[in-house]
Design a protein around this ligand. Structure first.
Ligand code: CP
Length: 304
């Protein structure tokens, strides 16, 4: 089985992974050899701090081994096809994590692989991030179902997609708070697929104060992701009303937590005051990348 998009997981499967993540996080000694003789290869076409280090450190903690391999500029296959390159990996390693510019490449790798493939972020999805986010929300709130999450910012980006899909799957109420422009709003095809996948109906609001009202979780992400540099000027004009500051946080539930997948651009999508406030859980969330991925690796390699 692969984790190429958040649609690959059902509600029950997400809970199985989260339960394993919690168990491994609480009992590191018990799982210290659980990935012995297992090798993860990490293919990176784009830079990373959290994904790279959390996967490598996580594999190390479980007694396994991780290989970093840059695929920037087509280094992965040189003159052979992507599929032929993957048929080599099938012979050497137990699991592949890939961060790629184009989701299509991850789908092609998945189709050629006989070992599990994990999407470590593409322009369309960031499923490992969502598993870490759900683990963090569960730790802070004690539950997932019935909570309201307000995703504030670019409703069409990869993190928004994964938040909408994953949070809807576990029965959270999702509101995307974004500029009134189809470019920055949720993709209608994704919304339709969410309805089919989990029955979830994502709300969309273009009014930040109304959109976060009643939220148990406020989530934001950068306004300009990798590959969007040409749109920077337009984005810097559209997004300032969607900055997460303390005035906006006060419109949500009093015990609302604030999340960010990081890296954060302080002063833009989130203020210093919010990032450093007691309501911010962003660094625990980053820490949970490793724990959620350890649960995922276990689930994929030992339980599928
Ligand atoms: N959140 C996230 O994926 O961080 P990196 O880009 O540093 O991996």
């Amino acid at each position: 089985m692969h984790l190429l998009t958040d649609f690959d997981l059902t509600k029950d499967q997400i809970h199985e992974i989260l339960n394993l993540s919690t168990e491994i996080k609480a009992n590191p000694g018990k799982y210290g050899d659980s990935m012995k003789n297992k090798t993860l290869i990490m293919l990176f076409e784009l830079p990373s701090l959290r994904t790279r280090i959390s996967f490598e450190a996580g594999m190390n903690r479980l007694g396994g081994h991780a290989i970093f391999y840059s695929i920037e500029g087509g280094k992965f296959t040189r003159s052979e096809t992507l599929e032929d390159g993957v048929k080599n990996l099938n012979k050497y390693v137990d699991v592949v994590m890939i961060r790629a510019l184009k989701h299509e490449a991850v789908e092609r790798i998945g189709a050629a692989a006989t070992i599990p493939i994990i999407n470590g972020m593409t322009e369309a999805y960031h499923p490992c991030q969502n598993l870490a986010d759900l683990l963090t929300i569960q730790e802070y709130k004690g539950k997932l179902e019935g909570l309201k999450i307000a995703y504030v910012g670019d409703g069409g980006c990869n993190t928004a997609n994964s938040t909408m899909i994953g949070c809807s799957s576990v029965g959270m109420d999702v509101t995307v708070v974004c500029p009134d422009n189809p470019k920055y709003s949720p993709n209608p095809e994704i919304l339709a697929k969410i309805k089919e996948h989990s029955g979830g109906v994502v709300e969309v609001s273009h009014d930040p104060a109304k959109g976060v009202a009643g939220a148990d979780v406020i989530y934001t992400d950068v306004w300009i992701s990798a590959g969007m540099e040409e749109e920077a000027k337009m984005r810097m004009e559209a997004f300032p009303p969607f900055k997460v500051d303390m005035a906006l946080v006060k419109k949500a539930e009093p015990d609302c937590i604030v999340m960010h997948c990081l890296p954060a651009h302080r002063g833009y999508e989130i203020t210093d005051g919010v990032m450093d406030s007691p309501q911010s859980v962003v660094f625990d969330q980053a820490g949970n990348r490793m724990h959620a991925q350890n649960g995922l690796l276990h689930w994929l390699l030992n339980e599928q």
